[in-house]
Design a protein around this ligand. Structure first.
Ligand SMILES: Cc1cc2nc3c(=O)[nH]c(=O)nc-3n(C[C@H](O)[C@H](O)[C@H](O)COP(=O)(O)O)c2cc1C
Length: 337
């Protein structure tokens, strides 16, 4: 039997499959099912400062809605306040104590001080590592990409100083040069990287002229950017690379490991298939390794990274250029419908 062991953020994992942050990993019963069907680790949903701010705001509004009508109400009732991150911290602590696999706590804050404060609180829950989810949609055109990166680096350094747990950074693919960001974050203390997050995107119903929520789950066609940057950085970075987005099958995982990933995170495939499908992913990878004669993960990890790839153009624009030079070939491959 092939050995699936790997390591991530200094932790030994029994296989490379991690259940990524989602609502599936916030509930004890689904988390337990993920553990029972083979998940090697689990990332909790992010503690979102924005959500706490929003909930506190709504609660304040509710409490004070009738203040003007019934003045006595302002004195009659004791002051009620939102409990802040308490409920989330309890959820993480509960998972960390009830599961045997390592629990990684994810954080997405807004203010630099809150990033550090919440990271400290999460570190006390029993989680084995922290995943910093640095994504925020830029809405201010006066801030440059460099400003945003510098702020993220400063936050990372401060968290590193305060928290002894290993740190991974879950990156957005929308940096001008993710490779430079990875190197700078490594220097600032990141122990690993999750490449990449995938975000909810807006949607407009043109008939009703209103915005809708687009609930998009990934498919295997959505892992191209992840594969490109995993291949480009694989074997070159000191930090572990955990591939994420569009990893739907055991063979997708094999591709990421061939490109240089240490492990993978899966989410959409667990929504599209029963949670128990985790076992199927593991079996598929294992059976591919056996067919190929690989005794363990290390015997093929990074075999097709840019560094080791016999095709030096594999992760660059060569395919696109090839298509431009051979339009007939493209038409044959993709006949119009
Ligand atoms: C319902 C749902 C909830 C999610 N919640 C979080 C979250 O709290 N924090 C986070 O970093 N990513 C979150 N994600 C993103 C996933 O962790 C993952 O990065 C993304 O879905 C891409 O992986 P996939 O292609 O395997 O789905 C969520 C995704 C889904 C579908």
């Amino acid at each position: 039997m092939a050995l699936l062991k790997t390591s991530y953020l200094g932790m030994e994992l029994k296989n490379p499959f991690i259940a990524g942050a989602s609502s599936l990993t916030s509930q004890r019963d689904t988390a337990k099912r993920l553990e029972d069907t083979g998940a090697a680790a689990l990332v909790t949903p992010s503690l979102f400062e924005e959500q706490i701010q929003l909930e506190s705001f709504v609660l304040e509004e509710e409490i004070h809605r009738f203040d003007n009508l019934y003045a006595e109400m302002t004195d009659l009732f004791p002051e009620i306040k939102h409990s802040g991150p308490e409920a989330h911290l309890r959820m993480v602590a509960d998972l960390a104590s009830s599961l045997e696999i390592p629990v990684i706590a994810s954080l997405n804050a807004v203010q630099p001080e809150t990033w550090v404060h919440y990271a400290g609180l999460l570190a006390e829950t029993g989680a084995k590592a922290l995943e910093l989810n640095f994504y925020a949609t830029p809405t201010d055109p006066s801030r440059s990409g460099k400003d945003i990166e510098q702020e993220q680096l400063a936050i990372l350094r401060k968290i590193k100083e305060k928290v002894a747990l290993p740190l991974s950074v879950k990156l957005s693919p929308f940096y001008t040069n993710p490779l430079h960001v990875i190197r700078s974050m490594e220097e600032a203390g990141a122990d690993g990287f999750v490449l990449f997050n995938r975000f909810f995107e807006p949607l407009i119903d043109p008939q009703k002229e209103r915005n809708l929520i687009r609930h998009t789950l990934s498919g295997s066609n959505d892992n191209g950017i992840t594969l490109r940057f995993t291949g480009l950085i694989g074997g070159e970075s000191k930090g572990d690379i955990c591939a994420s987005s569009g990893i739907m099958t055991g063979l997708d995982a094999a591709s990421m490991i061939l490109a240089g990933a240490s492990c993978v995170q899966v989410v959409s495939t667990l929504y599209k298939n029963p949670v128990g499908n985790m076992a199927g992913l593991i079996e598929e990878l294992e059976s591919w390794m056996e067919t190929k004669g690989y005794p363990d993960l290390y015997s093929f990890r990074g075999k097709l990274s840019a560094k080791n790839n016999p095709d030096r153009w594999a992760y660059r624009r060569a395919q696109y250029v090839k298509m431009l030079m051979d339009p007939a070939g493209v038409i044959k491959t993709y006949p119009s419908n």
